[in-house]
Design a protein around this ligand. Structure first.
Ligand SMILES: *Cc1c(COP(=O)(O)O)cnc(C)c1O
Length: 357
């Protein structure tokens, strides 16, 4: 069976050595030495100032909103994984959806301004499938209306914008290190925080609000990453160049073979690619379903990322309707992409797609 992704498992012997280390010192969680080591290494690798590791990408978003003190309304995209929206709702923020650009699939910056009101406190865009948002225009709007910007950068690990880390844009960017992601720590996530003063607050928030054993200045939660997860991250980081090289190969074969027969996402030309997803946009939902069924018959399981459009969630009140996101979400499919995907398997996937258009 071929799924949309396959968890990359790095060198087992190296992981075992870290496990031995953890057993020897007995420190399994609570800001342990491996978590701190991974934070340092990731800051260097990603070329960012501050990395705060957390338990997962969803809680990273929640901590970001709370670190910045967001309230009332947050402008966001309906075309993302559900956690982008649900994390707002669980933090008493009302998502105000702005439709996407039908080509880039990221939030349409031209449509943001008309949705801003006195109650808007932030913009929460997503670099969907690793494609960089129009970060400059978004920052300009945020500056003009004094809004915070939190990027859900769960897909954007390693992406550069004009040669520098894309994660440096916005007040905070969040990452997910879930096992299905490009770089993972089994479960995990991170906050990339530009303002040094906010780092301390985020660290209190992920540890019950504790400043020290006797002082609890913030209403915190438990969002800590543990040492076994950090060990996985350290092993993954050692193999990340190999991961990118292999993904690039898969990506380019798809692009060459499918670029002329189906619609592909239009990439931000100022940004690099990380080859994390391969979305394909079909002419209609019927055509997409036909292809999906044909692939399923061959034990190939692409995913309907992202469906349904988040403006259709039943718990969002008042109701909103974003026609472009709804249309795209009905006819898009993400093809299997991971480092060990063999070329003959890909050729078969491409054949099935072409035969069913
Ligand atoms: C994976 C993902 C998340 C959630 O991350 P978890 O680590 O699974 O909690 C949030 N946003 C986007 C866009 C994602 O793809």
């Amino acid at each position: 069976m071929i799924h949309v992704t396959k968890t990359y498992l790095p060198d087992k012997e190296k992981y075992k050595k870290y496990v031995d280390e953890i057993y020897e010192n007995g420190w399994v969680t609570n800001n342990g030495p491996l978590v701190r080591k991974l934070e340092k290494k990731l800051a260097e690798y990603l070329d960012v100032k501050n990395v705060v590791l957390v338990a997962n990408g969803t809680v990273a978003l929640e901590i970001a909103y709370r670190t910045l003190g967001l309230k009332d309304f947050a402008i966001t995209t309906p075309f993302s994984f559900v956690a982008t929206t649900s994390s707002l709702v669980t933090n008493n923020l009302l998502p105000i959806f702005v439709d996407i650009d039908p080509d880039t699939l990221t939030i349409d910056p031209e449509k943001i301004e008309q949705q801003i009101t006195r109650n808007t406190s932030a913009i929460v865009p997503v670099h969907v499938f690793g494609n960089a948002c129009d970060v400059e225009q978004i920052q300009e709007i945020a500056n003009r209306y004094n809004l915070k910007v939190v990027y859900d950068a769960a897909h954007a690990f390693g992406v550069k914008y004009n040669g520098e880390s894309l994660l440096n844009y916005g007040d905070i960017s969040t990452l997910s290190f879930h096992a299905t992601k490009l770089f993972h720590t089994i479960e995990g996530g991170a906050l990339i925080i530009n303002n040094d003063d906010l780092v301390q607050k985020a660290r209190y928030l992920i540890n019950f609000g504790f400043e020290n054993q006797e002082s609890i200045p913030e209403i915190g939660t438990n969002a800590k990453m543990n040492e076994f997860e950090a060990a996985m991250g350290l092993c993954m980081l050692d193999e990340i160049d190999n991961i990118f090289t292999k993904r690039k190969k898969v990506y380019e074969i798809y692009e060459n073979e499918l670029g002329n027969v189906v619609k592909l996402q239009k990439k931000n030309k100022n940004a690099s690619l990380n080859y994390s997803y391969f979305p394909v946009i079909f002419e209609s939902e019927d055509q997409m379903l036909k292809v999906k069924e044909a692939l399923n018959k061959e034990n190939i399981f692409p995913r309907r990322y992202f469906y349904p459009s988040l403006d259709t969630l039943n718990y969002i009140e008042p109701k909103q309707c974003k026609p472009i996101a709804r249309d795209i979400s009905r006819r898009i499919l993400c093809l299997p992409i991971y480092p060990s995907l063999e070329e003959d398997k890909m050729i078969n996937i491409i054949r099935v797609i072409k035969d069913n258009l």
